[in-house]
Design a protein. Structure first.
Length: 339
């Protein structure tokens, strides 16, 4: 996953968090106590983003018998649904939670899909979840209809940027001291620690199978179905133009695989080259993203303003004097072999 390049590069081990506690406590106890204090405060707030953030932060407590049930992820997510009935972020996280918990039954649930479709029908990513649900249920007509709806939608958003921005802001409910930052063992500033924490929590907990569903629906067939290919190309194009670096890469690769040889396909090489350059340069800035407050602020301000990961990446690159396009003689490193 492309975004892992720079977030993993600044990975902070993610033990939890930290706040003022008795010196006899171990480092792990300090971090857990701080995370619990954050969750307790966020759970009391009336904003859906705050309670949703509490639910995400509470994931390590699923099997903790010492934690009250109302402060565990399931109860917090239910409260976020109640107060954020019209928040697509809440229902997107709900869909992710259902798919993490699903055994044999299709996921996300029909009710969650209906809610997402009613709130964000112009988002192709929402329809890829309906596509996944239909594929699991072996409902070919519904799967074909979902692919068509994704193709007809106006945009593609996997909500990554919005979720990271919400979780980053939520962590400020309880400021972290430098002493407690040191307890994390992270080479980061407080804002940098909050950002990398937010990104890694979202990466771990809000991975959804919509992309897998599109690949399954768009795999080559004989004879080729021109209508399906056209819809797949339309979805890929929306992914390319999204604010998600991962979706951009996936969309470029999918469209490249679907297009016949020619100028349009050749033009994709330039876009892929630019994206590889941007991600490589961003990976080199991972340390600054974590420990340079000005760089962290540039990223988080852009993310909060737009909700787009790509806007935040571009803002950081420009702030560091890095061109968004590579020099003429630059070539991306070969990709590792994929199984």
């Amino acid at each position: 996953m492309l975004r892992c390049i720079f977030f993993a590069g600044a990975l902070l081990a993610l033990p939890a968090f930290a706040q003022t506690v008795a010196p006899e406590m171990t480092r792990e106890q300090k971090l857990t106590q701080y995370r619990h204090d954050q969750i307790n405060l966020l759970a009391l707030r009336p904003e859906p983003d705050s309670v949703l953030s509490a639910a995400l932060l509470a994931e390590p407590d699923v099997d903790d018998k010492a934690r009250p049930a109302v402060l565990k992820p399931a109860a917090l997510l239910k409260r976020a649904q109640d107060i954020g009935e019209n928040s697509p972020l809440v229902w997107w996280v709900t869909a992710a939670a259902e798919c993490r918990a699903a055994a044999a039954k299709p996921c996300p649930s029909t009710e969650t899909l209906q809610k997402l479709e009613s709130l964000d029908a112009e988002n192709a990513a929402v329809w890829t979840l309906s596509l996944w649900h239909a594929q699991q249920a072996k409902d070919a007509p519904s799967a074909r209809a979902a692919l068509a709806s994704a193709a007809q939608a106006k945009r593609y958003s996997d909500y990554f940027g919005g979720l990271v921005a919400a979780l980053y802001a939520a962590q400020d409910v309880l400021p972290m001291s430098n002493e407690l930052l040191a307890a994390t063992g992270a080479d980061a500033s407080v804002p940098g620690y909050r950002l990398i924490t937010a990104a890694n929590v979202v990466l771990k907990q809000v991975a959804l199978p919509g992309g897998r569903a599109v690949l399954e629906a768009c795999k080559p067939s004989e004879p080729a179905d021109d209508a399906v290919v056209a819809d797949c190309i339309a979805v890929a194009r929306k992914m390319e133009l999204s604010g998600s670096m991962f979706a951009q890469s996936a969309g470029l690769s999918l469209r490249e695989a679907l297009l016949p040889p020619g100028p349009e396909r050749d033009a994709l090489g330039l876009r892929k080259r630019n994206l590889a350059w941007q991600m490589q340069r961003m990976g080199e800035l991972a340390g600054k993203l974590a420990n340079d407050v000005a760089v962290t602020r540039t990223y988080t301000n852009a993310l909060a303003a737009s909700g787009d990961e790509s806007a935040a990446v571009y803002a950081v690159l420009r702030s560091q004097g890095v061109s968004l396009e590579p020099p003429a003689d630059w070539h991306p490193a070969p990709s590792p072999a994929q199984p």
